[in-house]
Design a protein around this ligand. Sequence first.
Ligand SMILES: Nc1ncnc2c1ncn2[C@@H]1O[C@H](COP(=O)(O)OP(=O)(O)OP(=O)(O)O)[C@@H](O)[C@H]1O
Ligand SMILES: [Mg+2]
Ligand SMILES: [Zn+2]
Length: 153
Amino acid sequence: MTDPELRVSKIEDGTVIDHISGGQALNVLAILGIDGSGGVAVSVGINVPSDRLGGKDIVKVEGRELSQNEVDVLSLIAPAATINIIRDFEVAEKHRVSRPGEVTGVLSCPNANCITTEAEPIDSHFEVLGEGVRCRYCDTIIRESIADHISVA
Ligand SMILES: Nc1ncnc2c1ncn2[C@@H]1O[C@H](COP(=O)(O)OP(=O)(O)OP(=O)(O)O)[C@@H](O)[C@H]1O
Ligand SMILES: [Mg+2]
Ligand SMILES: [Zn+2]
């Protein structure tokens, strides 16, 4: 096999998330809620050689497309990512991610008293700042390690 990005067999339908910042692949899986239990077939490449990025990670998910909320949070930890929609073994669509103005769901507020983390939680909602994100309900700012605040489904 000559293409180093195709170490595993091609997928028929699904999503290839390419050009993920090195080391972020497992966080991308967390954003997608993939923990190995759902029966979804996933291949992960970590530190794959890349001309453009030096080293990159790549995640291939079979039979699944991403929601806009997932793509929005993904863009915060992997700003150079490319989302390739695979249909019938070919790249049918390719999208670059862009930094959104706000993100809904996926992240959870670190403030235990926040209305979004109480007994009957409502969806989290963060405003995206130049660096980090700010909870719309309690103004708590997550500045670093955004991936540590991905909510577990
Ligand atoms: N059927 C498939 N199954 C699994 N992976 C695939 C499939 N088709 C393409 N890919 C992978 O999806 C990514 C995008 O494919 P593409 O053919 O557009 O590559 P590319 O020209 O290098 O794209 P880019 O310019 O975005 O780097 C590559 O990592 C490629 O290996
Ligand atoms: Mg490429
Ligand atoms: Zn909050």
